[in-house]
Structures are given as structure tokens and as C-alpha cells.
Write a protein that binds this ligand. Structure first.
Ligand code: DGY
Length: 325
């Protein structure tokens, strides 16, 4: 008998076909959003689950379904899963690192460029019929080339972002839990490790790439925003909750920083509606990894992790290796 799995959200149909070669699959191609109660019920009798970053897999969900052996998330972030509870329950948890590094780094740049050079604001202005004549000071922005790029969280995506700055003649500063080996710094456009305070004070463009956890909650709040340059831009492609959105709205409204580019929000998809009233913020709906090849690669990666986990092998991307297959 094949193991039974649940796929919690709609996904590429060929990935469902692949999973169906190995498992009895309950899929959700209608893309219904399950409540915690529904998730608990759907998981009854299942051996594994293919999740996305939008489902919260709580300790309660796991306690009600102790037979589950693997939770395979189609995302590099896994803060939607109670990892400690999974590890205590002997459930393997996997993510999809590497396959999205370049696409996500590209998107961080897209947001930085759009925010600094006021691209979406310009387009709204033009579409609203406000372009009546050329003026020397129409929609002046900040330069990206030659500026200081700050990166908070210098993992694989942060390093890919830094490498792109070489062609823009930028100085790169970063802060991370630990300093990178010298060769990695050299490969990341000679990135210089600095304190968080120095990073906030010196960056013209600051990109957040750190994982979300209770320890990184509101890493950027009113005090941190107050340290930033008045002409600075802030980009968040990491997770909502790393930035205190209320504090950021105040800083943008009062022009204490120039602009922001945000792909993630607290309580998304129900983000703070005051963002919509601000011209100096570029807003996108959590799509940093959303290129066709990358989302496909992420889906296959999660599926292959699940196939390995339920066949007794160690999945390639296990994040709690203390749980043995
Ligand atoms: C990730 O992979 O963590 C992206 O944010 C998609 O959820």
C-alpha cells in the first residue's frame, strides 16, 4: 500500500503526477484555504504533507496527527512550522533552499531600483494624467550606482544580492549573526562586516534577508528606522514581522526615510491598509521567488524531499537532521 499524503495548496499538476507515482495523494487543486481544524481533519491517516509558507503547521496540528513522518515545505523559510514541536514529535521538516537564490536576489534588486528611482510612483502619476510638461525636478530619486548597499542577513540570498552590486560600483556593508569567511566576503563584492548600528547608519539602500523567528521579530522598528539616513531606501524580501509595519508607515509618511520596497508584510495577505496611502512605497504580494522556472524547481524540490522522507532516506533539505528517517 502506498503512503498517504496531503498537498495543502494548489501546485503544478505535473508535481501532483510525480507524487501520485509514490503516494496516495489528497490534493487541493481548488486551492481552498484550510482552517487549523480542517487541516487537522485532512491530515488524519496521512503519513506526510506537502505545505507552502502560507499554512501554519502548529504543535496542535501535529499533536492531533502523531502518525505524520514528514512536513515538506515549498519555501526556503519554514517559520510557518513549529520546528521544535516537529522535532519533539520525530517529524522531519524540509525546505527548498538554493533553487530560489538567484531569482529572489533579482527581485530584491527590482524592489531596490523601483523604490530608489520611484518607478511605480512615476507610473501612477503618468497614468493619472499628471505629465503635462518636462521639469528639472520631476520625481527625483536616489542613485543606486556608487551608493552604499547594506544587507542584513548574509546567507546565500544576501550574498547573491551583494554579487550583483559589482556592476553598479557599490560599496557593500553587511551584518549577520556571524561574519562570513574572507573568501566569501571577497566573492560578495568585497562585502564588509559591520555592526547592525553601523549598517543602519551607513546604508543608502538596506535590504533585509534574514529568517523570521521570535528573535528576529521587529528587528527593524522605530529606533532602527531613526538611525537610517533620510534619503535611504529599505527593502524587505524576507518575512513580515521582521519589520514593525506601523513604525515603517510612520517613518515613510514623515519622510524620515525616503522609500521602501516591500514584498512581505505582517499578517499578510491582510497587510496594513495605510501602506496604500503612501506614494513612497513599492508593494508586491510575496512574489520574490515567483519566476516560472524557480517556482517549478521549488515544487519539485519539496516533492523530492517528501519522496525521500517517506521511503526511509534522509531528504536532502532536512532542517531538523536530529530526526532520523
Ligand atoms: C520562501 O521560499 O520562503 C518564499 O518566501 C516563498 O514563501
Amino acid at each position: 500500500m502506498k503512503p498517504k499524503i496531503l498537498v495543502t495548496r494548489a501546485v503544478f499538476s505535473e508535481v501532483i503526477d510525480l507524487l501520485a507515482q509514490h503516494f496516495e495523494v489528497e490534493s487541493n487543486q481548488a486551492d481552498q484555504i484550510y482552517t487549523e481544524r480542517e487541516l487537522i481533519d485532512k491530515l488524519r491517516g496521512k503519513d506526510g504533507v506537502f505545505t507552502t509558507s502560507s499554512e501554519r503547521i502548529s504543535a496542535e496540528v501535529m499533536a492531533a496527527n502523531v502518525q505524520i513522518k514528514a512536513i515538506c515545505n515549498m519555501a526556503v523559510g519554514f517559520n510557518n512550522i513549529d520546528l521544535d514541536a516537529a522535532t519533539r514529535a520525530g517529524i522531519m521538516v524540509t525546505n527548498t533552499p538554493e533553487v530560489l537564490n538567484q531569482t529572489t536576489a533579482d527581485f530584491a534588486w527590482a524592489l531596490m531600483m523601483a523604490a530608489a528611482r520611484r518607478v511605480t510612483e512615476s507610473e501612477h502619476w503618468l497614468r493619472a494624467g499628471q505629465w503635462q510638461k518636462w521639469r528639472f525636478d520631476t520625481l527625483l530619486g536616489a542613485d543606486v550606482h556608487g551608493a552604499t548597499l547594506g544587507i542584513l542577513g548574509m546567507g546565500r540570498i544576501g550574498q547573491a544580492i551583494a554579487r550583483r552590486s559589482l556592476g553598479f560600483d557599490m560599496r557593500v556593508l553587511y551584518h549577520n549573526r556571524s561574519r562570513l569567511p574572507v573568501e566569501k566576503e571577497a566573492h560578495a563584492n568585497n562585502a564588509t562586516f559591520v555592526s547592525k548600528q553601523e549598517l543602519l547608519r551607513s546604508a543608502d539602500h538596506l535590504i533585509l534577508v534574514l529568517p523570521y523567528s521570535p528573535q528576529t521579530h521587529h528587528t527593524i522598528g522605530a529606533a532602527e528606522l531613526a538611525l537610517m539616513k533620510p534619503g535611504a531606501t529599505l527593502v524587505n524580501i524576507a518575512r513580515g514581522g521582521i519589520v514593525d509595519d506601523v513604525a515603517l508607515i510612520a517613518a515613510l509618511r514623515e519622510r524620515r526615510i525616503a522609500a521602501a520596497g516591500l514584498d512581505v508584510f505582517e499578517n499578510e495577505p491582510c497587510f496594513h491598509s495605510d501602506f496604500l496611502t503612501l506614494p513612497n512605497v513599492v508593494l508586491t504580494p510575496h512574489i520574490a521567488s515567483a519566476s516560472e522556472p524557480t517556482r517549478r524547481a521549488m515544487a519539485y524540490c519539496a516533492a523530492e524531499n517528501l519522496i525521500a522522507a517517506l521511503s526511509g532516506a534522509q531528504p536532502q533539505n532536512i532542517v531538523n537532521p536530529e530526526v532520523k528517517g
